[in-house]
Design a protein around this ligand. Structure first.
Ligand code: DAT
Ligand code: MG
Length: 140
């Protein structure tokens, strides 16, 4: 199979907790290649497009507010089957339920917030990856 690319975000909780290095370390230790990396502050327009599938859900506004609560680190990560592989590294959505050994399972927990704070985003399909990379890294 061809190498593929995924969009990874280290969310504001991960940056604020100084876990950027630890999360990037796990991605590199797995053998994936970081082909683009930038710390930035997202705005409502970008996040509305990024999370378009969640518009209208009860957690949408808290999710956007959370994602604007501090800087995020955006990365494009490359490797064979990296979309599936990074989702596996990240663990399931809820950190309480995420398996030990995963980013969310090892480093995350429930903080009692309306929106689940789970440290990272990873694209969920080839179509999502292409769309999200275009949004966050239009020059790629
Ligand atoms: P994932 O990030 O695992 O792909 P998702 O795309 O379904 O999960 O949701 C995007 C984010 O929104 C998720 O990382 C955390 C938050 N979230 C999802 N479902 C939620 C819920 N039922 N209540 C609160 N926050 C939620
Ligand atoms: Mg998702």
């Amino acid at each position: 199979s061809q190498p593929e690319r995924t969009l990874v975000l280290i969310k504001p909780d991960g940056v604020a907790r100084h876990l950027t290095g630890e999360i990037l370390r796990r991605i590199e230790a797995k053998g994936y290649t970081i082909v683009a990396l930038e710390q930035r502050s997202a705005d409502t327009e970008l996040l509305g497009e990024h999370y378009a599938e969640h518009q209208g859900k009860p957690f949408f506004d808290p999710l956007v507010d959370f994602m604007m609560s501090g800087p995020v680190v955006a990365a494009v990560v490359e490797g064979n089957r990296v979309i599936e592989g990074f989702r596996s590294l990240a663990g399931t959505t809820e950190p309480t339920a995420a398996a030990p050994g995963t980013i969310r399972g090892d480093l995350g927990r429930d903080w009692g917030t309306t929106v689940v704070q789970n440290l990272v985003h990873g694209s969920d399909s080839a179509e999502s990856a292409a769309r999200e990379i275009g949004l966050w890294f239009p020059a790629l």
